[in-house]
Design a protein. Sequence first.
Length: 170
Amino acid sequence: MIAVDAGAAALPPPPDPTQLLLLQDPKMRFTLELEFVEMLANPHYLHFLAQSRFLDDPVFINYLRYLQYFHRPEYLPFVTHPACLYFLDLLLLAPFRAALLNPAYITLMHDQAYWHWRSGRYNRFTEAEQRREAKQAQAAREREVAAHKTELQGELMLDAPADDKLKLQQ
């Protein structure tokens, strides 16, 4: 019988061969990578990664660099939480990874995300663009009216007798 030290860390079980086959399927691999990238929008998941020391592993950081392909235009339609791409970029910065160990920082990130999601339906940029377009349309209408008035005055001057033309000009 083999004696096992109770204080020794247990090794994880070997991967299931069917799971390895799933990673060879390009659609399944893409789905798994997309799900992982989407989870990066959750500040508590980022905190878990930091606490588990995944963010200290250079292999994991290289994997995050590999996942940058989700920024390419052909992959953007699949991303439903755009904040995950922002955090994917931030995870490449060592100061951000260090800050993720601070629970207060995680709470701040979560609160900021909550208020952004709550007021996200009000797109300030869209509203500003609509106001600008409305002002431009109003100015165009005013120019049309002014041009039409000038045209009408010109027609009146052509049709009016000579002594009436002097009155119209004054």
